[in-house]
Design a protein around this ligand. Structure first.
Ligand code: SF4
Length: 60
């Protein structure tokens, strides 16, 4: 199953993904990171990816 990955060089730290999927994404300093890639069943990771203003969230 595809899991979300954040391309760190694209992330602007807007925190949108963390707001939508706090079980999956977390702020670490200025950037978001994927802490629990298997937790997309608890939220809509695709919505987070679609909403990310810099399209930094991909699925691998
Ligand atoms: S929504 Fe995109 S730009 Fe905003 S914090 Fe998450 S990965 Fe970074």
């Amino acid at each position: 199953m595809a899991v979300p990955v954040i391309e760190a060089d694209l992330c602007t730290g807007c925190e949108t993904c963390v707001a939508l999927c706090p079980d999956v994404f977390e702020m670490q300093g200025e950037l978001a990171v994927v802490t629990n890639p298997d937790k997309c069943d608890s939220c809509d990771c695709q919505e987070a990816a679609d909403t990310c203003p810099s399209e930094a969230i991909i699925f691998e």
